[in-house]
Unconditional design. Structure first.
Length: 323
């Protein structure tokens, strides 16, 4: 059966989270420090569960095992088998996140038997003065990196961007990065939960302990030549048109700002498609099935859905992601 599949969000409290995800999703009884909402996840221990339709109650790995190429596409199934390749989440940085880096696929597979983590951010909202970190602002060596982490000056070597709603940033594996206080984003990433934490502002966890750092492990993961300052993606939003934001070997992401009905032709895409609603409300119609998504909601379209109609209630902004 073909229909837009919704999953129950996985809400994750963090020491740096806030209440913006609860507000976005209109959750009145949630925890006050939700840092992340995992919308579509196949990470072990955090598998999304279908919340609607004929497959209600299936977790994502079970859904892939049942539908195979019909869900993910022939090429994705040949590459990843029963492992769903992408993870989509909302992140609310009520406080600064740790400065961190993710390994690439080769290093992650060697050390952790999992995919690496290339990702992107679409800024949903930004408080006045909100910023993020992505890449180096100057050339440093691995030895200087360790010295700067030790003496507390590592941040001085990093590139800072001040952000606003609608900004897009690409974070390939190896790029040192951090979300700053007051920034809320949609994150699209490979299915991986491997993070090397380099600096965490000497914060303590709920038990009063300093959080674990991975300074040595991060050394091999960092791209020390990443000083181009090209993390920000410039684009021109156009009504009722697909505008590509990121095209990488890991995923492709586009944005739609809809003011009228729009027909998506996916006949040339051998992949599932994820739609994330960032503003407004929209009907997603596949054959005879339809589902409404509002700001803060996400649907998965099976690969066999060749034609999808999007009907905004008034106006709507959607991210479109496929592998």
């Amino acid at each position: 059966m073909i229909y837009p599949i919704k999953f129950n969000p996985i809400l994750k409290p963090t020491i740096w989270g806030g209440d913006k995800i609860n507000q976005l999703k209109q959750i009145t009884d949630g925890q006050p420090t939700v840092g992340e909402s995992w919308e579509i996840s196949a990470v072990t221990g955090f598998e999304s569960v279908v919340g609607n339709g004929a497959y209600r109650g299936y977790d994502l790995p079970s859904l892939v095992r049942s539908l195979k190429e019909e869900l993910v596409g022939a090429d994705n199934y040949a590459r990843f088998g029963d492992k769903f390749p992408l993870l989509v989440k909302f992140i609310d940085a009520h406080d600064d996140l740790s400065i961190q880096v993710h390994p690439d696929d080769n290093l992650a597979m060697k050390r952790h038997h999992t995919l690496g983590k290339t990702e992107m951010w679409y800024v949903l909202s930004a408080d006045k003065g909100a910023h993020l970190i992505a890449g180096f602002s100057q050339k440093i060596t691995p030895q200087q990196y360790r010295e700067k982490v030790e003496d507390g000056s590592f941040v001085d070597a990093l590139q800072t961007y001040y952000v606003k709603q609608g900004d897009v940033y690409y974070i390939p594996a190896g790029r040192v990065h951090s979300l700053g206080k007051g920034t809320m984003v949609v994150e699209v990433q490979e299915t991986s939960d491997i993070t090397y934490r380099i600096f965490d502002y000497n914060r303590k966890d709920k038990n009063g302990n300093l959080r674990q750092l991975h300074v040595a492990e991060a050394t091999d993961a960092i791209d020390f030549d990443d000083i181009s300052g090209e993390a920000k993606i410039d684009y021109q939003l156009t009504d009722n048109k697909s505008v590509e934001l990121v095209s990488s070997p890991k995923f492709t992401t586009s944005v739609y700002h809809l003011t009228s009905d729009f027909l998506c032709d996916y006949s040339n895409i051998d992949s599932f498609v994820i739609l994330v609603c960032t503003e407004g409300t929209c009907q997603v119609v596949v054959d005879e099935a339809q589902e409404t998504i509002c700001a803060g909601e996400t649907v998965l379209l099976p690969a066999i859905a060749q034609s999808v109609k999007l009907i905004p209630s008034d106006t709507a902004t959607l991210l479109e992601v496929y592998s």
